[in-house]
Design a protein. Structure first.
Lengths: 180, 485
């Protein structure tokens, strides 16, 4: 056997070994990628959103806007207080409601309701909204996010479970007009 | 002594490192580089090692769980002996590291050290800068308080604006549908494993390249870098006028690093640890979230960008900035190194200093944000009420009750969101005031639905009194005409 033969055969074995490792690596990468992407795929079925009770209608007097909170439907035992999410409930006339996300439509800071001036104001970058959630001034490009709601047995339910963000996903959850 | 030598030899027979270390220690560096200007890189390395040490100490107690992190920080601050001090060291160490890394970069830029053959050293340095900022942001998240919680909300909101991939990025950033335990866990993994691992690898490469390519010589006007001749010229310089790295250059590095560590300790003792602020409870909304000092400029940018331009600038701006930094050594890889022959470089640094300084200053004072409690905490100045009619007093009450004071200042007190109103009557006629109040405009919400006609009348009556004593309030031309005859 000549030297070059050995080199070729050894060289081939090295390449074969690398190929073998590549194949194993590729096979392993599939479960790893699925694991890493689990926060995204978890959304597909059954989905993050569900109908949640905000409690009895009596807590929300007609013509007023009140702070409410709910426990997020998808939680872990170590989430602590972060699983509690606040929202603003506006009772228009005892029948019609608006439930606004606490997050400013600009960059997600918690908006505060000022009943005297009928405005929601954001403490971060100065966004302001009217009582119906529409944009009044400041950097937000749109009105407050609204949760779809329904009333059953004198209880207020909202469809929620995801933090609303101003990107394209939020536009889907905006479609509340059908419910109102 | 003989024993120590024997032990040393025993180890080196097996490690075979002493020879290489001696070569590194003795390698000649240009004489002028044994300068106090050349100490920032080694100081950044020292603080990085210091951050690793203090970070490990904090990890002995810290619990990376959304439900417990805040409590474990309180325990560190109050229960564990000197836990507050270790937190303070790590927090101040972070600020010093950011500052030193930025100063190091400015010095490298001004001294032209990014030019041939050190382009890759600069590029790795750019990544090190980004990773240092990444450490600062993820570290701020681990201090899991209200600012951290809402800061994550801001991060998610920015990520959501990426076209197509936005919703996916938000979920990957948060580890789920909301800011919760999974979010903190992944930021813990980033802050403690991923970014430090990358930092160690990149810092190792960066330092290795400084040693193999040699320390950048002191830039002299007229000494021009050319790819064809630079390496030969550099070796001639170090051979002719070089000094051994140890001890000629390194003693200044060591002294400066010691001074920096002492300064960090002094800040930690005198000023204490950072936070944690309020509990990360999203139902507590009485909060005005703010980022740490080194991110305040971004905070200001986010407030001042016009709404329509915000998303493109947010997404494209950072990419352009990073590309410019990466492209620099390729665009200006040759030529003059001396700042005396590079006026644009000097101007760029001055401009950046002014821009970032101004934005940071604004970020500290947040003039764009309504002062949420001004309406109930800042009274209308007494001199604006003296000798006024009951209707005008009523107007002043409405000014307070309708939260006008949150955005408009009187006598220097109150919000800065809108214009100050001490002289508003000189600028606007009564009709213009009514229209502005009812319809809003500019950045002001319309108050038409929230003020009765009587309230509007009273408010405008009050605003009409806000003018300097010797200056008449503005009147419409028609009114002036009516008054004259």
């Amino acid at each position: 056997m000549t030297r070059s033969d050995t080199a070729t055969r050894r060289g081939f074995l090295v390449k074969l070994g690398l190929l073998f490792n590549g194949a194993v690596g590729f096979a392993l990468s599939i479960p790893i990628v699925r694991y890493v992407l689990s926060p995204v795929s978890g959304q597909s079925k059954p989905g993050y959103n569900s109908w949640l009770s905000l409690g009895s209608l009596d807590q929300f007097p007609t013509g007023q806007t009140r702070l409410a909170s709910y426990r997020n439907p998808v939680v872990n035992s170590w989430d602590g207080q972060t699983a509690e999410i606040a929202c603003w409930v506006r009772n228009l006339d005892g029948e019609k409601f608006q439930v606004f996300a606490i997050n400013c439509a600009h960059l997600g800071c918690p908006v505060r309701w000022f009943p005297q001036s009928g405005l929601f104001m954001c403490p971060c970058h100065g966004g302001a909204y009217y009582q119906d959630g529409s944009r009044a001034s400041g950097p937000p490009e749109r009105g407050l996010f609204e949760y779809p709601y329904k009333i059953e047995e004198r209880k207020l339910f909202i469809h929620a479970g995801e933090m609303p963000t101003p990107g394209p996903s939020a536009n889907n959850s905006k479609g509340t007009s059908a419910c109102v | 002594m003989r024993l120590v030598e024997q032990i040393g030899e025993w180890f080196d027979q097996r490690l075979q490192l002493a020879g290489q270390i001696r070569v590194v220690m003795a390698h000649p560096v240009p004489r002028e580089t044994a300068s106090w200007w050349y100490v920032f890189g080694s100081a950044a390395l020292t603080v990085f090692l210091f951050q690793i040490a203090t970070g490990i100490l904090l990890a002995l107690v810290y619990v990376p769980s959304a439900g417990e992190a805040w409590n474990s920080l309180q325990t560190l601050n109050h229960q564990i002996a000197l836990g507050w001090f270790i937190r303070a060291l790590h927090g101040w160490g972070s600020n010093f590291m950011l500052a030193i890394v930025v100063i190091h970069m400015l010095q490298v830029f001004l001294f032209g050290a990014y030019k041939f053959p050190r382009e890759l050293t600069w590029i790795i340095g750019v990544f090190l800068l980004l990773m240092t900022f990444g450490m600062a942001f993820t570290g701020q998240v681990l201090r899991f308080d209200q600012d951290a919680y809402w800061g994550l909300g801001i991060g998610a909101s920015i990520a959501s604006r990426v076209p197509v991939l936005g919703p996916v990025l938000v979920k990957l950033l948060l580890g789920g549908p909301i800011i919760a335990g999974a979010t903190l866990s992944r930021f813990f993994a980033l802050h403690v494993f991923v970014i430090p691992g990358l930092l160690i690898a990149f810092v190792g490469l960066h330092v290795l390249m400084v040693l193999t390519l040699g320390v950048n010589e002191w830039p002299m006007p007229g000494r021009v870098v050319r790819r064809s001749t630079y390496v030969r010229e550099y070796h001639e310089l170090t051979a002719k006028d070089g000094v051994p790295f140890v001890p000629h250059a390194i003693w200044k590095d060591i002294v400066f690093s010691g001074l920096i560590l002492l300064s960090i300790a002094a800040c930690a003792v005198l000023l204490g640890p950072f936070g944690p602020g309020g509990q990360p409870d999203p139902t507590i909304i009485q909060t005005a979230p703010r980022p740490d000092t080194f991110f305040l400029w971004i905070y200001a940018v986010l407030s001042y960008l016009p709404p329509a331009a915000e998303t493109p600038i947010l997404l494209v701006g950072p990419a352009i900035g990073i590309l410019v930094l990466l492209a620099l050594p390729f665009v200006a890889g040759e030529g003059e190194k001396s700042w005396k022959r590079r006026p644009i470089a000097v101007l760029v640094i001055l401009l950046m200093a002014v821009v970032f300084g101004t934005l940071t200053h604004l970020g500290e004072h947040t003039p764009w944000s309504p002062l949420m409690d001004a309406w109930s905490s800042e009274p209308v100045p007494a001199e604006y009420l003296r000798g006024r009619t009951p209707l005008q007093h009523e107007g002043a009450l409405i000014f307070q009750a309708k939260q006008c004071h949150n955005c408009h200042s009187l006598g220097g007190q109150g919000g800065k969101r809108g214009p100050e109103l001490d002289r508003v009557a000189v600028r606007l006629t009564p009709d213009q005031l009514v229209r502005q109040v009812i319809q809003g405009g500019g950045n002001m919400p319309a108050y038409g639905k929230n003020l009765s006609p009587a309230e509007t009348t009273a408010l405008v009556e009050f605003l009409e009194t806000l003018h300097p004593a010797g200056q008449a309030p503005a009147r419409a031309l028609t009114q002036v005409g009516l008054e004259k005859p």
